[in-house]
Design a protein around this ligand. Sequence first.
Ligand SMILES: Nc1ncnc2c1ncn2[C@@H]1O[C@H](COP(=O)(O)OP(=O)(O)O)[C@@H](O)[C@H]1O
Ligand SMILES: O=P(O)(O)OC[C@H]1O[C@](O)(COP(=O)(O)O)[C@@H](O)[C@@H]1O
Length: 303
Amino acid sequence: MIYTCTLNPSVDYIVEVEHFRVGELNRATKTAIFPGGKGINVSRVLKRLGVDNTAFGFIGGFTGQFIESELKKEEIHADFVKVNGDTRINIKLKSGEETEINGQGPAILSEHQDELMNKIQALSQEDILVLAGSIPPSIPADFYNQMVATSKRNGIKVVVDTSGPALKQFIQHHPFLMKPNHHELGELFDTEISSKNDIISYGYKLVELGVENVIVSMAGDGAFFFNKGKILFATAPKGIVKNSVGAGDSMVAGFLAAYFNEQDIEKAFQYSVAAGSATAFSEDLCTKDKVEQLLSEVKVTQV
Ligand SMILES: Nc1ncnc2c1ncn2[C@@H]1O[C@H](COP(=O)(O)OP(=O)(O)O)[C@@H](O)[C@H]1O
Ligand SMILES: O=P(O)(O)OC[C@H]1O[C@](O)(COP(=O)(O)O)[C@@H](O)[C@@H]1O
């Protein structure tokens, strides 16, 4: 079974404003609300691609209830730890460009942290654990580290999609898959990525450091894939971006869904990029039909 874990879920509030003016009253032309947070997005896309999975994480308050009920509607199994505060609301402001304001999230008591750790401890060798998104400020910075160490001891494959210092902690545990975008790849090595050659050398460095599979995404400019035997490049399909929130998470779900169906890395990478773009071209996350429509537009070549 695939488990996703979102330490800091969110209600994503998408607001469109025609010409946003700072310091003035702006009227929205369109609004939408989605259950969000990186692991939850992975769960939702996996389900849409036909893969049953369970969502772990912390939720609380009226916003937490919204997330639970939305996942229930989509028949996604949720096994959250309930916390005292309200799950955060993340604002995604669209006015020509996309501006994001992500909340801090509720305080998580240590008893609740232990409750989640116990769920991770109970997973078994056949399971895959996707750890995705930021760590809320009230949780120790090495919480992910503890989760991965426990999972690796129990033979569980770990997939990582986070950013900042949390991402660095993972490398030493040799995760099955990491998906930084090219900015996050630069952050990992405290460097500025300024060319495709930089992506190739730093992406491959992650493999040399023990990460099994690495996808480095570059939004509309395509993506690279690295493992011990292969470096691949994929083009991204062309289209109108409606909402790129969750595009990276969709890549992770797309890769896992295809890889565990067919065990073919090249096809899984192609499916991953198609899923990312299918989400970027949709209001909400991608559907299976949309992913499959875009598949032939993703050209994969050996580097
Ligand atoms: N402008 C775009 N055109 C086509 N595909 C896009 C575009 N922006 C994002 N995507 C798709 O979403 C994927 C992830 O986007 P990216 O911005 O690199 O990641 P993240 O959301 O993690 O920052 C890309 O690899 C691509 O498949
Ligand atoms: O945990 P973080 O880093 O604050 O990110 C949370 C946000 O990321 C998202 O999961 C979207 O992620 P991506 O756009 O990177 O795929 C949103 O749903 C959510 O608001």
